[in-house]
Design a protein around this ligand. Structure first.
Ligand SMILES: Cc1cc2nc3c(=O)[nH]c(=O)nc-3n(C[C@H](O)[C@H](O)[C@H](O)COP(=O)(O)O)c2cc1C
Length: 321
């Protein structure tokens, strides 16, 4: 996206590139908060967004957890949807053809599984679909063959699943890191060593809420993932750590809702960002954010995203005389 200055010259360019993918701006709608994209067609100009990530796909359809699955917290949201989805074959048959008819959109497919073979099979299925720019691997799921430990919380397991996915994927592979780990740099390096083309982080934080009246959990699954503004400062720290630990591009996610939030993540080292929970409060949030980022950049004389990416200043400001 370019904007004209007073003398008519084009001055602002919001475009970014990572893993060989060109985006017209760095704003991407996050997986699980934007359906399969097609549901938003009537309310959002999908071609105004940098891109969108579809709901996590598995090899077969999944019905997810029983209700209640959502609970609003003071500054965020708890969810335990249980990765409900129509399955990769139905995505190719029912959703992708509609997306293929839309011009100038970037579709990213989020993939998950409970075994390494699940990931491999789902990617194999998706490889047959036209019009997917990249895969985003959700590694926050429990590995049912390894006692239910999440793939993304053990560096060796993460390396194995990413290496296996990379061998099969015919498209760039973005690995979406879990924040529920002791060391983000260790996980970021494991994914990079296994061949990831980019990282995205963070997924939700394991959390819970209890109804004091009934003494029962607010969510049927008992624990749930916390997202939204509450997690932003922690996510920002993790993105900064990851960006300093690896050479591959990093996509920042976590509580982003304003242009200032976007700029913070870019300064911390993110090449692009994803917007999740705020889509539930305002389905047009991503499109609005593109406009506010453009305004912020014009007001701050920023002409291109490279002027912001990794621009965090650690030197103390010069003392005025
Ligand atoms: C209701 C809901 C469903 C989600 N489903 C997925 C999913 O299918 N796959 C995935 O990788 N992340 C999923 N996420 C995580 C988001 O993509 C995002 O990483 C997280 O919510 C943090 O960003 P936010 O604070 O902007 O929401 C989901 C989040 C929410 C709130």
């Amino acid at each position: 996206m370019s904007s004209s200055s007073d003398n008519g010259e084009s001055s602002l360019n919001l475009s970014v590139s990572f893993a060989g993918i060109d985006l017209k701006n760095p704003i991407i709608a996050a997986s699980g908060t934007f359906g399969y994209g097609v549901e938003f067609e009537d309310v959002v100009h999908l071609d105004k967004l940098g891109g969108f990530v579809v709901k996590g796909l598995s090899r077969e359809p999944m019905i997810g957890n029983p209700p209640p699955r959502l609970w609003e917290t003071a500054a965020g949201m708890l969810n335990a949807i249980g990765l409900q989805n129509i399955g990769a074959p139905a995505f190719l048959a029912e959703k992708l053809p509609k997306l293929q008819q839309m011009k100038n959109i970037v579709v990213l497919a989020n993939v998950f599984g409970y075994t390494r073979e699940d990931y491999e099979r789902t990617i194999e299925i998706l490889n047959d679909g036209e019009g997917i720019a990249a895969y985003e691997l959700n590694v926050s799921c429990p590995n049912t063959k390894c006692g239910g430990i999440s793939f993304g919380s053990d560096a060796r397991m993460l390396f194995d699943v990413v290496s296996a996915a990379k061998k099969i994927a015919t498209r760039p592979l973005i690995v979406k890191l879990s924040p529920n780990v002791t060391s983000i740099p260790e996980m970021a390096r494991a994914a990079e060593d296994a061949g990831a083309d980019a990282l995205s982080l963070v997924n939700t934080f394991v959390a819970m809420a209890i109804d004091p009246e009934t003494r029962r959990p607010r969510i049927s699954n008992v624990t749930a993932g916390l997202s939204g503004p509450a997690i932003k400062p922690i996510a920002l720290r993790m993105v900064w750590e990851a960006a300093n630990a690896v050479k591959i591009p990093v996509i920042g996610i976590g509580g982003i809702s304003t242009a200032e939030d976007v700029v913070e993540f870019l300064l911390a080292g993110a090449t692009a960002i994803q917007v999740g929970t705020v889509n539930f409060w305002d389905p047009c949030a991503c499109e609005t954010l593109v406009g506010s980022l453009e305004k912020w950049c014009l007001e701050h004389h920023v002409e291109k995203m490279a002027d912001l990416i990794g621009g965090l200043q650690l030197e103390p400001p010069e003392l005025s005389a």
